[in-house]
Design a protein around this ligand. Structure first.
Ligand code: SF4
Length: 117
């Protein structure tokens, strides 16, 4: 059987090893699982970018909402998850426009190597 998803985020996971079919034991669809993985990656990118800048309360709120969206049984709606990904990426782009990656300075005031993209 071809694996359509892989998720082992909770104790309900199939056979104790991972849900891999069209949907997980909890009902999460393969497309929703894929988007949640993408959202997690986007959140990592935003966190790295925000750490190198000055995260606002809005940034913190977006990260909180994004993390909550990935929790089991909170939200399996693919359109909503995609909107959250777009929101996270838009926030990251705000930081990148304020401080271009090549201009980022570390705490010692010298240019730092970045790999946030
Ligand atoms: S969250 Fe759902 S899909 Fe993921 S391991 Fe748990 S039951 Fe399976």
């Amino acid at each position: 059987m071809e694996k359509q998803m892989f998720c082992f985020q909770c104790e309900q996971t199939m056979g104790g090893t991972g849900c891999t079919g069209r949907a997980g034991v909890c009902g999460k669809s393969a497309p929703a699982a894929k988007l949640q993985d993408e959202l997690t990656g986007a959140l990592i990118g935003l966190a790295r970018t925000a750490t190198a800048n000055a995260p606002t309360s809005k940034t913190n709120r977006i990260i909180l909402e994004g993390l909550f969206t990935t929790i089991t049984n909170v939200n399996f709606d693919v359109a909503t998850i995609q909107l959250m990904i777009d929101k996270v990426n838009a926030e990251k782009m705000l930081f990148l426009q304020i401080v271009p990656p090549t201009m980022m300075l570390n705490k010692f005031g010298t240019t730092m190597k970045t790999s946030v993209l």
